[in-house]
Design a protein around this ligand. Structure first.
Ligand code: OXD
Ligand code: MN
Length: 619
């Protein structure tokens, strides 16, 4: 069988960055004995190393060099067509008991799983180069920053990890007794022998049989979310699937907002939001597009860092219209995966600013013509780009302390029922809103469209332990915060009876964030409803938008009958998750009681708009 990752022979001075650390050397030796590679390449993250590996990746046809005049430093990777997304069904959490992993994770017994993986990896790197990648997640010197080492036999993984993490010396500087051991092998890329396995107790990740980013760049979802969520549980912090933005008003007041959104709900766009023309003087800066690590600070506030150094975003739908910041970020030094190739050696995807052209190759390298069968780019095609290239990147991103969070926003895709925005009554109520989050699926995320899926805190695929314990941990973190962020729910996707989206979204979302920040400052008009504080009818400025006041009423409406259905579904969901803390059940019962109060009198049912009782935020 053809070797899918033949060994390389680096020249002197490249691939020789062997650390002195005993624990690292012992582990690498152990993996070498198991996988039997031809040679070992010790990575240092340098430019010279990167140039050499890019050249080798080109020679092995792992990467296609794009038109360097138009897209300097950019490359295209085509993955195996059977390997284009995360594989939740083969993603395992191996804890001593099934109870600890909880009912939403695929659990496997650690001992038996080690044996199985040892069997799969025996001799798996024969004839290949084994790369050892030292990296850190988080800014240098931050108390939250963690060290990982990834062993891999994929050049694509090494090159991508160099973008997504701080690789090389920084890891040596931070290296103490402990680091996350990440072992990745492409194996034979057979979907039957594909496993992404987490061992939280020993701080290890084993990934076999996939080269796709979410399964193979082990610093990201595997370490920075699944393993880190367990570290956070044990060390009083939170690892969350959240973007972080800094928003400055024309008066110079700056707030930081963290937002949890399930995959493919516009998170990257929000992270790089450009203020609409109507909001002159406002500024949005990007700290994170995907992951936040948050810890209670000595001042009683919640402080956040972005553990990642790059963006691994979905390409389709990204354009100068939807996300100019992302387009600038990915104009240079970017690795594209599974997008289409144009005859001039540049890339294209559905939703690109340019129209499709004749003579393109689709994501599998097959000729593709406009109007032809199928998509040119895979719906989950990606870009991997350095965060430092983002025009809106915040200098605060590199600060070791991180940034203080004023508001946490939970968002998801719901065509019905959920208003454009509302504010939780308390940290506990906000935790409940996050815990019961559900979203309609999209093709990019799951392959199926419009199915409502529970995604608590947008962490369903990423929480490394029992969800009920995770909700309890959220409540415990709240108890540590004298000055907690306010928590909000937003929904950019509410539609009218004909399925027409009511809210323009994209940069206009800043209008909603403005209301959120007003609430954080003790202002902002709101009406109290059964679900929380909803913006008062005129609280969100819609001047210049092509919207009627009836549209806005529908967007902000809270229908007790619809929420009554939601409550039953919530109960069914919460009952499936063991260990739900009392505080979450209490919020659920309180919601049910408030709805019952509304639905008892038929008069209150006739109106879908919230009762008009404007209130100021509690001081
Ligand atoms: C991602 C995801 O790739 O959430 O960020 O799936
Ligand atoms: Mn994500």
């Amino acid at each position: 069988m053809e070797n899918i990752a033949p060994a390389i022979s680096p020249p002197a001075g490249i691939g020789r960055n062997k650390p002195a650390n005993r624990a690292v050397l012992d582990w690498v030796h152990e993996v070498e004995s198991l996988t039997d590679p031809k040679n070992i390449f010790w990575c240092d993250g340098s430019e010279a190393e990167n140039d050499y590996l890019l050249g080798e990746a080109g020679r092995q046809e792992v990467l296609i060099k794009l038109n360097q005049e138009k897209d300097p430093g950019c490359y295209l990777h085509r993955s195996n067509p059977n390997d284009v997304a995360r594989v939740e069904q083969f993603t395992l959490i191996c804890t001593p008991t099934k109870e600890e992993a909880g009912p939403t994770n695929n659990w496997a017994e650690p001992g038996a799983t080690y044996s199985k993986l040892h069997g799969m990896l025996k001799g798996a790197m024969r004839g290949r180069t084994m790369f050892v990648v030292p990296y850190i997640m988080g800014p240098p010197e931050s108390p939250l920053t963690k060290v990982g080492f990834e062993i891999t036999d994929s050049i694509y993984v090494v090159l991508s990890m160099r973008i997504m993490t701080l690789m090389g010396e920084a890891a040596m500087d931070h290296l103490g007794d402990d680091f996350t051991r990440c072992l990745h092998s492409l194996g034979d890329l057979s979907p039957d022998r594909r496993f992404i396995v987490h061992f939280p107790q020993s701080n290890e990740i084993w990934s076999v049989g996939s080269g796709y980013g979410g399964n193979a760049l082990l610093g990201k979802k595997c370490m920075a979310l699944r393993i880190a969520s367990v570290l956070g549980r044990d060390q009083t912090w939170l690892a969350e699937h959240m973007l972080i933005v800094g928003i400055t008003s024309p008066h110079g007041v700056k707030h930081y907002v963290a937002g949890a959104f399930p995959s493919a709900c516009g998170k990257t766009n929000l992270a790089m939001l450009l203020p609409p023309a109507s909001m002159k003087g406002w500024k949005v800066e990007t700290i994170s597009d995907d992951i936040a690590w948050l810890r209670p600070g000595a001042d009683g506030r919640l402080w956040a860092i972005n553990p990642e150094a790059g963006f691994f975003g979905v390409a389709p739908g990204t354009s100068l219209r939807t996300n100019p910041g992302a387009m600038k970020t990915i104009a240079t030094n970017t690795i594209y995966t599974n997008v289409a190739l144009r005859p001039d050696g540049t890339v294209w995807w559905e939703g690109h600013d340019d129209p499709p052209e004749a003579g393109m190759l689709d994501w599998q390298g097959r000729p593709w013509a406009p109007g032809g069968e199928g998509k040119a780019a895979h719906p989950n095609s990606r870009f991997t780009a350095p965060a430092s290239q983002c025009p809106t990147i915040s200098p605060a991103r590199n600060g070791p302390e991180g940034v203080p969070i004023s508001a946490i926003v939970f968002g998801a895709r719901r065509q019905q029922r959920v208003p454009l925005a509302f504010e939780a009554r308390s940290w506990q109520h906000g935790t409940f809103l996050g815990a019961t989050l559900s979203s309609e699926t999209t093709a990019a995320a799951t392959g199926s469209v419009g199915v409502v899926r529970r995604d608590p805190m947008a962490m369903q695929p990423f929480c490394g332990y029992n969800l009920g314990d995770y909700f309890a941990h959220w409540l415990d973190i709240g108890a540590e915060l004298a000055n907690p962020p306010k928590i909000f729910r937003v929904n950019w996707f509410r539609s009218d009876a004909r399925g027409r989206l009511l809210w323009p979204g994209y940069r206009e979302n800043l209008r909603v964030l403005k209301w959120i920040l007003e609430r954080c400052e003790g202002g902002g008009q709101a009406v109290e409803t059964i679900i929380g504080h909803v913006p008062a009818p005129d609280a969100i400025d819609t001047a210049g938008l092509n919207m009627t006041s009836a549209d806005m009423d529908t967007l902000l409406g809270v229908d007790p009958l619809e929420w009554n259905e939601a409550v039953s579904a919530q109960r069914e969901f919460l009952e499936t998750v063991h260990h739900i803390p009392a505080g979450i059940w209490q919020e659920h019962r309180d919601l049910a009681r408030r709805i019952a109060g509304m639905t008892e009198g038929s008069a209150s049912l006739s109106s879908a708009v919230p009762p008009a009782r404007p209130s100021r935020a509690a001081p």
